[in-house]
Design a protein around this ligand. Structure first.
Ligand code: MRU
Length: 350
């Protein structure tokens, strides 16, 4: 299942509208970079890897619609679009990573405007294909961590929907399942936007992987009663010190797992690593509209009293000390991340 697809004849980006799943499987069609920025902001498309690639196509559209005739004015239009796309969501570093890569492919290369337009499209396509290749490599590397018979808690959605295709943490689970291992997944529902209950459960069902949905506050119970062998989640930004920003609730889950000596694996492409930050406290945490928390109804009735207010940080930071291993396309990295990750980048075993 491809989450986003470029339609060359109409020069538009087609994306699955993830807000509608699992009730409806619908595409939306984006024909300008502002619509792309909005689709990232409103989470029609979400998940760190795929928002990076979606933003890359936003740059393609910004280029295609730029009226600029000379390369300098064209670059100015691109920079303006990059800023707006970058501001759509602040936590996942894949967004600035992808935008920087798109700017680098044309900046200072001495290209004409039409050559720049072609180069942008080629780079976005390359990033989309690379994302799928990388996810499959991640999954192959991570699968040996899963034993036959494991029950795994998974947080948020890290499947095909969170990437161009295949997925990261859920990709590892899928790979191990396809190798013939018996796996049971406890799907954290992932309040407030329910990426687990809506999206991960939907993907697992399609793949035939056995699962049960649990509310986020049940994880400690299952971990403390010996019913879980591993915890897997993704990442939106990983610092040089190995702290991991991921969907809100990951920290509490990792704490409970650590207290019960259950291994915690964070799974991500190396594009999610931000070596410019040492400490997780430096990661910008998105705070979203309180309505996402308050708009909760049971049996058609609004749950919260009228006028109630809420807080809604979308991510939290799990300190490196709570993480057992990091799974990347280059290999599995054990602690200390700050030592073993650079070794892995240099081509040695982490
Ligand atoms: O707010 P979201 O749904 O974009 O958050 C997604 C997550 O936190 C994922 O775990 C992370 O992006 C990794 S997805 C491969």
């Amino acid at each position: 299942m491809r989450t986003i697809e470029w339609d060359e004849s109409n020069q538009i980006l087609k994306i699955i509208d993830q807000r509608q799943l699992p009730a409806k499987f619908e595409y939306i069609y984006l024909d300008n970079y502002k619509a792309i920025a909005e689709s990232i902001r409103n989470m029609a498309v979400r998940g760190a890897p795929v928002i990076g690639v979606t933003a890359a196509y936003g740059m393609v559209l910004a280029g295609l619609h730029s009226p600029a005739q000379d390369p300098q004015a064209f670059m100015a239009d691109l920079q303006m679009a990059a800023k707006e796309l970058n501001d759509a969501r602040p936590t996942a570093v894949n967004l600035p990573w992808a935008l920087k890569r798109m700017v680098c492919v044309v900046e200072g290369k001495g290209l004409s405007v039409s050559e720049m337009k072609a180069a942008l499209l080629a780079e976005a396509h390359a990033m989309a294909e690379e994302d799928i290749r990388v996810n499959k490599a991640i999954s192959k590397n991570g699968a040996p961590l899963i034993a036959d018979g494991d029950t795994i808690i998974h947080h948020c959605n890290t499947g095909a929907l969170a990437t161009v295709d295949w997925g990261t943490a859920l990709g590892v689970i899928r790979y191990a399942f396809e190798e013939g291992k018996h796996i049971h997944v406890l799907v954290d529902e992932t309040r407030p936007r329910l990426q687990g209950a809506r999206l991960t459960a939907w993907e697992l069902k399609q793949m035939g992987i056995p699962f049960d949905i649990i509310s986020d506050n049940m994880a400690g119970y299952f971990l403390s009663t010996g019913q879980v062998q591993k915890v897997f989640f993704g990442a939106d930004r990983v610092t040089a010190g190995g702290d991991v920003a991921n969907k809100i609730g990951s920290y509490m889950l990792a704490l409970a797992a650590h207290d019960n000596a259950v291994p915690v694996y964070s799974v991500f492409p190396t594009s999610t690593v931000d070596l410019s930050l040492q400490d997780g406290k430096q990661i910008p945490i998105e705070e979203r509209d309180q309505e996402e928390v308050l708009a909760l109804s049971l049996k058609g009735q609004c749950v919260v009293p009228e006028g109630a207010t809420a807080r809604n940080p979308a991510f939290d930071v799990t300190p490196a000390r709570l993480i057992t291993g990091y799974v990347t396309e280059l290999g599995v990295v054990s602690q200390p991340f700050s030592v073993h990750y650079p070794q892995l980048l240099n081509g040695r075993e982490g």
